[in-house]
Design a protein around this ligand. Structure first.
Ligand code: PHE
Length: 341
């Protein structure tokens, strides 16, 4: 067999193997087998030196041409296989952009939290800061510092959820201990609100829950008194219930009793429900801070005076939305909550 015929066969076999390769791995195997150091082509070219001199030139040339043809075929096949792979991947991963998307549910604040944020905004606008205090509170901050003497009904087991046998710590039954904590850590003037959860063993019915939310307010400065309290509350009611200051929501103030304010009041608003029935509704308790409380927290009650108030956020949310049963607010049934989103 002549060298020319050998070369033709070598090239034919190489091109056939390359054409049959369908993956990058098979192409690589064909490249090693047909152009590698141990390939028939390489051996053939290595043998050129032992040919008669007049054959070396033509055989060398033909051998190089065969090598070039094989390498060209490898390149072509590589791009073809890559293009095939891409095309099949595109086909497999095709996205139908005309399909409707999955509807994303958008979360919303709980109605009580919405009311809380709204009230916070009103007081922030009046220069109040937001303060915080623990929900598990000491007997001192819950009662003694608030001028609530031992034996007072507010301390009794029936109201308060104690967390230890000695009654030294309890879940706070009101946000008022935060008044004391703010006064302990800050020099007057003080303008602070403290929203948060409170706990009572109260009889649980449609308008009471063992856990509910209050928002406490405290203002301490020189010369602050009852008139400032009433003006602040009237402004708050007008702002929150969306009435202009000219046509106020009807409200009234009644005397009341709290151990830590003197005098003390309750603020009621005239509320008309969706059936047109009108009632007076207690919105909050308030009063002029008792000098004992100011002195106990480390300030001179001759110089510093002020007022405090505490409102029930859950109550206010019920009123705002005309919700008849407070318990609905805590069940977290989406059919209920979605209505306030
Ligand atoms: N803490 C009182 C309550 O829970 C409300 C209140 C707060 C009254 C501040 C006076 C001053 O009823």
């Amino acid at each position: 067999m002549s060298s020319a015929e050998d070369l033709q066969r070598i090239e034919r076999e190489a091109l056939a193997a390359i054409a049959a390769a369908t993956t990058p791995e098979e192409i690589e195997a064909a490249r090693v087998a047909h152009t590698g150091r141990k390939s028939p082509l390489a051996r053939m070219l290595a043998g050129i030196g032992s040919l008669p001199p007049e054959q070396r030139g033509p055989v060398g040339k033909a051998g190089n041409a065969a090598r070039q043809a094989i390498e060209h075929a490898l390149e072509e096949r590589t791009s073809a296989v890559q293009a095939d792979a891409l095309a099949s991947r595109l086909a497999k991963e095709r996205v139908d952009i005309t399909l409707p998307g999955d509807r994303r549910k958008v979360g919303a604040l709980h109605p009580i939290m919405q009311v809380r944020r709204e009230i916070e905004d009103i007081f922030l606008g009046m220069g109040y800061a937001i303060a915080d205090g623990p929900e598990v509170e000491t007997e001192y901050h819950n009662f003694s510092a608030l001028n609530t003497p031992e034996g007072h009904p507010a301390r009794s087991m029936s109201d308060t959820l104690y967390v230890d046998g000695e009654h030294r710590t309890a879940l706070r039954p009101q946000t008022s201990p935060v008044q004391v904590r703010v006064m302990e850590r800050q020099e007057p003037p003080i303008f602070a609100i403290a929203p948060g959860a409170v706990y009572r063993r109260d009889d649980v019915d449609a308008t009471h829950s063992p856990m509910f939310h209050q928002l406490e307010g405290l203002a301490i400065d020189e010369g602050l008194g009852m008139a400032d309290l009433i003006g602040t509350l009237e402004y708050f009611v007008a702002r929150f219930f969306d009435r202009s200051l000219e046509s106020r929501l009807e409200s009234r103030i009644q005397p009341h009793f709290f151990t830590f304010t003197e005098p003390s009041i309750e603020l009621h608003v005239r509320w008309t429900d969706k059936r047109g029935r009108s009632t007076w509704l207690e919105l909050l308790g308030a009063g002029v801070v008792d000098p004992n409380v100011i002195e106990g927290a480390g300030h001179d009650p001759e110089r510093w005076t002020g007022f405090a108030f505490g409102m029930g956020l859950d109550r206010i949310a019920m009123v705002r939305h005309g919700v008849p049963d407070l318990r609905l607010m805590y069940e977290n049934d989406l059919r209920f909550l979605e209505q306030f989103a």
